[in-house]
Design a protein around this ligand. Structure first.
Ligand code: GRF
Length: 207
């Protein structure tokens, strides 16, 4: 039986991509990462992909007069490579509705908070953790969810919490959260690959 084909989309360091690569290499997930796509030149995630012999591609908006052309190429590459699952691992660009429609419930994202808290359009990168500290919440965490037309609003697959200590700086919180991201993202991919995720309305039933 042919392996499930995954594309991972990154914009930065790609530590979540690395964790996925490690799980797959350790044969804990029966899938293949066929493509790493970045919307930024020089993203270290590209290097991580290349080191493993994965095909990489840069689709940077500055190379396109019309952003729709970039997105058209994104979809074309996913389809050409017969990608089954798309993983957004720190991908800081919007996936247009045309792609979401084609890949309904097959695009997942990792978000560094317990959604719906600290989610939505302006919550990305360090800002999430800075707002966590500012608000004084005692727990935060990470969420893996399906991508739908609402930013950070798709059905939630997995979440895990970490404690926020009074003296934590946002960098400390980021570190704690990243450590659990590296566990729950591969876990969610494994569940998907094994067909153990059922979407019921805007909720997920794990089988
Ligand atoms: C992670 O915190 C992820 O939750 C967010 O972007 C960050 C990406 O980190 N969406 P990395 O590139 O995987 O190291």
């Amino acid at each position: 039986m042919s392996k499930v084909k995954i594309a991972v989309l990154v914009s930065g360091s790609g530590s979540n991509l690395q964790s996925l690569i490690d799980y797959i290499e350790a044969r804990k997930i029966n899938a293949e990462i066929k493509l790493v796509i970045s919307n930024k030149y020089g993203a270290y995630g590209l290097t991580r992909g290349e080191k493993c012999g994965i095909t990489t591609l840069v689709l940077d908006k500055k190379d396109f007069l019309d952003i729709r052309e970039r997105d058209r190429l994104l979809l074309e590459n996913l389809q050409k490579n017969e990608i089954d699952i798309v993983v957004l691992a720190g991908y800081l660009a919007i996936i247009p509705p045309e792609i979401i429609g084609v890949y309904r419930n097959r695009i997942i994202n990792i978000h560094p908070s317990l959604l719906p808290s600290f989610g939505g359009k302006s919550y990305y990168g360090e800002r999430v953790h800075q707002e966590v500290i500012k608000r004084g919440v005692k727990i935060t965490g990470a969420t893996v969810h399906f991508v739908n037309e609402e930013t950070d609003g798709g059905p939630i697959i997995l979440q895990r919490a970490v404690e926020v200590d009074f003296d934590d700086e946002w960098q400390t919180v980021q570190k704690k959260v990243l450590a659990i991201e590296h566990e729950i993202l591969p876990m969610a991919v494994k569940l998907l690959v094994e067909g153990k995720v059922e979407v019921v309305g805007n909720r997920v039933k794990l089988l």
